[in-house]
Design a protein around this ligand. Structure first.
Ligand code: PRP
Length: 198
């Protein structure tokens, strides 16, 4: 199922509305996968028949979509994790250096003890996600799960080298990057494909 949504996103003929729908559905699957490791707690409830133990998340994660492209993952993640709060980071990659430029940051001051799900469809060179995860670690976060649709080997290596306390959940590891640091075969620019070119 995840691979069929990913195929729709890769196909250049897919229009923006269908691309957003496929990203929404795929994000539900990624969040479901990532949420397996979240701690739960039990508490007493009463069914119509008998008392029993209920289960809930002990510590719902903070959701952090990376603008713009990560915005398309925010609704699906919040639908599955309605108790979660949301923070935002805005990053744009420089066309020439491929390094991220931060233009927005709205995060809780103290993230100690709170798991964080970072939402960004693309891990290319890894510069953007390394920057974002460093912001989170600087606020005391020690439990970061990055949710990506696509990852390039170079980006994975960069995150590994960073030493940051993170894990990655992705639907695909693609072949590599082209000379514009786009993922190959990839799906193009996830921000443009959802929201149009700037
Ligand atoms: C894309 C993508 C990632 C980043 C990946 O965003 O959504 O954030 O590039 O590249 P990297 O791993 O090489 O850093 P972009 O900068 O195009 O901004 P947008 O989401 O506003 O389109």
């Amino acid at each position: 199922m995840a691979q069929s949504r990913l195929t729709a996103m890769r196909d250049a003929r897919t229009d923006s509305a269908a691309f957003r729908a496929a990203l929404h559905e795929l994000t539900t699957m990624l969040v479901y996968e990532a949420a397996r490791t979240l701690a739960v707690e039990h508490y007493p409830i009463q069914t119509p028949v008998a008392p029993t133990q209920g289960t809930r998340l002990a510590n719902p994660p903070l959701l952090v979509p990376v603008l713009r492209a990560g915005l398309g993952m925010a609704d699906a993640a919040l639908a599955l994790l309605p108790e979660s709060s949301m923070g935002f980071v805005g990053l744009a990659r420089d066309e020439h250096t491929f390094e991220p430029r931060a233009y927005m940051e709205s995060l809780p001051v103290d993230l100690a003890g709170l798991p964080v799900f970072v939402l960004d469809p693309m891990l290319a060179t890894g510069g953007s996600l390394e920057h974002c995860c460093r912001l989170l670690a600087d606020r005391g976060c020690t439990d970061i799960i990055v949710l990506c649709v696509l990852a390039a080997p170079a980006g994975i290596e960069r995150l590994e080298r960073s030493g940051l306390p993170l894990r990655l959940v992705t639907a695909s590891i693609d072949e590599g990057l082209n000379d514009k640091a786009f993922i190959v075969p990839g799906l193009g620019d996830a921000g443009d494909r959802q929201f149009g070119g700037m």
